[in-house]
Design a protein around this ligand. Sequence first.
Ligand code: ITT
Length: 202
Amino acid sequence: MKKIKLLFATGNENKVKEVKDIAGKNFDIYCLKDLNLTNLKVEENGKTFIENAKIKAEFYSNFTDLPVVADDSGLEIDALNGEPGIYSARYLSDTLDYFDKCKIIIKKMSNINNIKKRSARFICVFCLAQKGKTQFCKEGRVEGYISFELKGNKGFGYDPIFFYPPMNMTFAEMPLEEKNKISHRFKAFNSLFEELKKHSIY
Ligand code: ITT
């Protein structure tokens, strides 16, 4: 099978690393840096993951002939009414690092002792756009719980507080290749791949 060339439009190096690993040998994944597009910025002012993923994919697809994918993703915590949700990257304050954001979330939930009441999920939506138009979007989710303390130093973002029961560990304790077999990003990217095969976008 001919390799599928895609621009993955993200400023997040961790996402690039994960997606290259998930995509594997069927794809040539380019990032913004490869195409010298890092100086272009777009405002994510959508109200949903899909809207934001579309905004990013459509915007960057105006600057290349390659099909463009963008990922909008985040952590939804039931006990916090779905927060941080689509605001995951901007949650609390732009100047706090993720270690502090995770600590604050744990503190906010310190009165919730029953693990079942600490349910949460990571959501990822990929949209694919060409020449300014979205072709399709695919979503992936993974269910888990907010841990009682930060654990692990792998991964990125909220991984140290996302406890995944089937493996009895947080995402930050999991080797990347394990996270990439079950994650929200893996699921969304895989359904995107299935759709790509149908549309013959190479
Ligand atoms: P781009 O918009 O440039 O892709 P970003 O990091 O700002 O980069 P988002 O707007 O989609 O991306 O924000 C998603 C945030 O949600 C991300 O910065 C993390 O904090 C969190 N997040 C998403 N997926 C995650 C994962 O697999 N593990 C931990 N945190 C994750």
